[in-house]
Design a protein around this ligand. Structure first.
Ligand code: HEM
Length: 385
């Protein structure tokens, strides 16, 4: 899998590079910016399901718990995809996200209040991970014990690097599913939390209402997609900024530069390194490769974000880069639902941390995640004061 991380190799061999992945099998990776955009925007030709309606990579031998979770928008094509996305679109629109900013800032400050000023702290678990999980759990409306179960499941997902860790993930996954089922029961009996989940349960009687299983798969997708990715952006962002004290001073003094900085961190770090696999539904040429129906393609986001034919000095981090048409959130119909939330959370997390602790310093080496397809840190030790 070394080749998947070697962006220079991928750019040279691109725009379409055939490689073999565990479980998924042979995949053509789109590695140039134009090929990635074309792949993700053509959702008629390149679909999440094969011609028999099966999700790519999901095998008959995998447990029921995992099969059921495939009933989500990211594993569906239109019209089913549109129906699922519309059920939650409003909650992630600009206005509600802007309205959440004050409470996110409060949460960030509360987490920082609790951290030691005298001992080294690990900012991944205590801050970068804790903030997004609290925010998405608030938005969905989860009770405290369900949050703990999800935290455990998310940690197992982060640790998936091979067959054994993949199998070890099933227990926590099943417990998380049961916990969401219990939330639905609690909402029906009037004992749930207000939030997106209760809205979905209350809408079940309507024309476009979701089934119980679709609601569970939705909650699961939002919790997983909303947590791991944002955690990676925040922790990788802190790590990069720690190397650039002068630029952080500039950001702190003007305070208007943070949105562009977050955008550049998204491009440069690419927390989601590659998209989900797509299946070819119409044969023919695609960027010089003759594709057959049933072939599998994936978009290599990290490679597209560093494409030398598209970005000037792609391997340099320029915190004021503009324009910056990266594909860190994907593009096309599956463009990230939570992009506004992620931008807002990352900006608040970074700004709050660096404003409160201008003398923060490293207290050890950061540790990188080994998960395929995701960039991130598992540890980032710092001394706050
Ligand atoms: C830095 C943070 C984030 C990054 C880098 C990111 C990246 C992405 C990418 C690349 C995709 C497209 C995947 C594909 O086409 O296969 C995607 C889809 C998605 N993201 Fe995010 N995401 C982030 C945060 C969030 C948050 C906070 C949420 C909120 C719950 C979220 C929810 C989703 C959902 C539901 C989809 C599927 C959309 C669809 O199928 O229509 N993401 N994200």
């Amino acid at each position: 899998m070394r080749k998947l991380r070697d962006l220079e190799y991928l750019h040279k061999r691109g725009p379409l590079v055939p490689l073999r992945l565990p479980i998924v099998g042979r995949v053509h990776f789109a590695t140039h910016h134009d090929a990635v955009s074309a792949l993700l925007k053509d959702s008629d030709r390149f679909r999440m399901r094969d011609t028999k309606g099966r999700v790519v990579g999901l095998k008959w031998w995998m447990p029921q718990a995992l099969q059921r979770l495939a009933d989500n928008m990211l594993s569906s094509d239109d019209p089913q995809h549109r129906r699922l996305r519309q059920a939650v679109d409003d909650a992630f629109a600009r206005r509600p996200v802007v309205d959440m900013a004050a409470s996110v800032k409060q949460r960030a400050n509360d987490l920082l209040d609790d951290l030691s000023r005298t001992e080294p702290v690990d900012l991944v678990s205590a801050y970068a991970s804790a903030l997004p999980i609290a925010v998405i759990a608030d938005l969905i409306g989860l009770r405290q014990n369900t949050r703990a179960v999800f935290f455990e499941a998310a940690q197992h997902l982060d640790g998936v690097t091979g067959a054994l860790s993949f199998l070890r993930m099933f227990g926590p996954l099943k417990r998380a599913q049961t916990a969401i089922g219990d939330e639905i029961i609690a909402i029906r009996s009037g004992g749930g939390e207000p939030g997106l989940l209760s809205g979905l349960v209350e809408g079940q009687g309507g024309e476009s209402g979701l089934t119980d299983n679709e609601i569970i798969a939705m909650a699961f997708l939002l919790l997983m997609a909303g947590q791991a990715t944002t955690k990676s952006l925040i922790s990788l962002g802190i790590n990069e900024l720690l190397n650039r004290p002068d630029e952080v001073t500039k950001l702190r003094e003007t305070s208007t530069g943070w949105p562009l900085a977050v955008e550049e961190l998204l491009r440069y770090c690419a927390p989601v390194q590659m998209t989900k696999p797509r299946k070819v539904h119409a044969s023919g040429d695609f960027f010089g490769t003759e594709l057959k129906i049933g072939d599998t393609l994936m978009a290599h986001i990290a490679a597209a974000n560093r494409d030398p034919a598209y970005f000037d000095a792609p391997d340099e981090l320029h915190l004021d880069r503009k324009p910056n048409r990266h594909v860190g959130f994907g593009t096309g119909v599956h463009f990230c639902l939570g992009f506004q939330l992620a931008r807002m959370e990352a900006k608040i997390a970074l700004q709050t941390l660096f404003e409160r602790f201008p003398n923060m310093a490293r207290a050890g080496e950061p540790e990188r995640l080994k998960t395929l397809g995701q960039a991130g840190l598992s540890k980032l030790p710092v001394q706050l004061n």
